[in-house]
Write a protein of this length. Structure first.
Ligand code: NDP
Length: 430
């Protein structure tokens, strides 16, 4: 029996520890010799051309690392960026990282920043995790020897997004993570439900709730772009859970309907604003928010970038905040600074979430207070199609990928909690 088969069969930890780690494993990866695939101005950089699934070499494990047998993973937008080689090829990250850890600088880059699975090996310095533990991963790959990590891991100089700026990511049958990325798998979720949350949920948590984010309080009006997307689906839930008033922006009646089913009281279809770069459209958006809620947003949840940023700065209320973690439509933003300074607004940059924030989010999920937003599930062999769906904005919530899990619906341990939360809430995005 192979190690992978033993994991799938639910073998005891002693059996997992006894079986050999394979020398190669199946993974969704990019190839360095394909970096020039797309012309700079190519209109459709189709990720299916560059994202491959095949065998890659198994790395050695460092003392502070853990090898996970991955049951399921999920697509994040960074996999789309990586496979387009935008804004720069991720092999540049791997080369730089390779100067201090040569294992990562390879002709293949295994992608994926989310995973749920079973620990099958621990490095010599790992104390809190054991072979056989069922885990989910947080995406921040941080050197624990950097003093600032004890203040806020996201300020670490060598912070890396796992599976984007490091190799050996989660879209694979095995993955290598630091022990400080591990969290216990929520026991009431399936593998694919557990695997889809951490990156987006924790990023949204830090943006809205975290000490260094917008620090939402009860009653705050929060405008969320992409409100049924990866980040937005958790953002809306966190606003509702924290007593705020979400105003969700989406681009279709189907998404608007999903938002209402989530309990979002105010929904805006961005289709009605033809050009959000234009101040007239900002004014109309602001008027629409006032019409719906009666006041301007205290917080604008931004990740959409160039096409929306000017509007976001404009519609935030006097003294309000625009909190941003991304730029899907372009990262060179333009906005009218008069609206910012004259009305004492703030722009807050946010990135990922530190280990403690990930722990807080995992706790909410494990208590059944924050639900997965899984909408579709692909096999690992279909990872490129899954990433393509996200690239084309054809999805809602999160798109899952099964790795070693032989099918959907497996991995649930706490059926009682699952029943209490309810299948309808757990499957709202399906
Ligand atoms: P998704 O693709 O799942 O969702 C994004 C949503 O944004 C879509 O559902 C879409 O909703 C909306 N959208 C897309 N383009 C536009 C546009 N031009 N104008 C307005 N709305 C738009 O992605 P994620 O939510 O997972 O990620 C969003 C961004 O945030 C990405 O750029 C990603 O890289 C970044 N990110 C950054 C993180 C960090 O730690 N720094 C972590 C996670 C994500 P609709 O069409 O319905 O309006």
């Amino acid at each position: 029996m192979t190690l992978a088969q033993a994991v799938v069969a639910g073998a005891e930890p002693a059996e997992l520890a006894r079986l050999d780690v394979p020398t190669t494993y199946r993974a969704a990866h990019l190839r360095k010799d394909e970096v020039g695939t797309f012309d700079q101005d190519e209109p459709d950089k189709d990720v299916r051309r560059t994202l491959h699934v095949g065998e890659v070499p198994m790395p050695e494990l460092a003392a502070d690392e853990v090898l996970i047998a991955v049951m399921a993973s999920a697509i994040n937008y960074n996999t789309v960026w990586s496979a387009m080689f935008e804004p720069i090829p991720t092999f540049a990250f791997l080369e730089r990282f390779g100067r201090t850890d040569p294992r990562h600088d390879l002709p293949t880059h295994v992608l994926g920043s989310d995973a749920a699975g079973v620990v099958v090996r621990t490095g010599g310095a790992v104390r809190r995790w054991r072979v056989g533990d069922r885990v989910v991963t947080s995406p921040a790959y941080v050197d624990g020897e950097d003093p600032v990590v004890q203040h806020d891991g996201m300020l670490a100089a060598d912070l890396r997004a796992w599976g984007f700026e490091t190799n050996f990511g989660g879209l694979a049958d095995f993955a290598v993570v630091k022990a400080t990325q591990l969290l216990p798998k929520p026991r009431h979720l399936t593998w694919e439900e557990a695997a889809c949350n951490m990156l987006c949920a924790s990023t949204a948590y830090r943006m809205l709730v975290g000490e260094r984010g917008a620090r939402m309080k009860q009653g705050d009006v929060v405008l969320l772009w992409g409100a049924t997307g990866g980040l937005g689906g958790y953002g809306v839930q966190l606003v509702l859970g924290g007593g705020g008033i979400p105003v969700g922006v989406v681009s279709s009646p189907e998404k608007a309907e999903l938002l209402r089913r989530m309990g979002c009281p105010h929904v805006i279809d961005r289709g009605q604003f033809d050009d959000l770069a234009d101040e007239k459209a900002w004014r109309r958006l602001g008027a629409e928010v006032r019409r719906l809620v009666g006041e301007d947003p205290a917080i604008v949840f931004e990740h959409t970038g160039r096409e929306t940023f000017g509007a976001s700065v404009y519609v935030a209320r006097r003294g309000g905040s625009v909190v941003t973690c991304g730029s899907s439509s372009g990262y060179a933003h333009e906005y009218d600074n008069r609206h910012l300074w004259m009305k004492l607004k703030r722009i807050i940059g946010s990135h990922g979430a530190n280990y403690q924030e990930c722990h807080e989010v995992n706790r909410l999920i494990s208590l059944g207070l924050l639900q997965p937003t899984l909408s579709a599930v692909y096999p690992l062999t279909g990872a490129a199609d899954a990433a393509r769906a996200v690239q084309l904005n054809q999805h809602v919530g999160k798109v899952g990928v099964l790795a070693l899990a032989p099918g959907e619906g497996l991995g649930v341990e706490d059926r009682e909690l699952r029943e209490r939360v309810g299948e309808d809430r757990l499957r709202l995005f399906r």
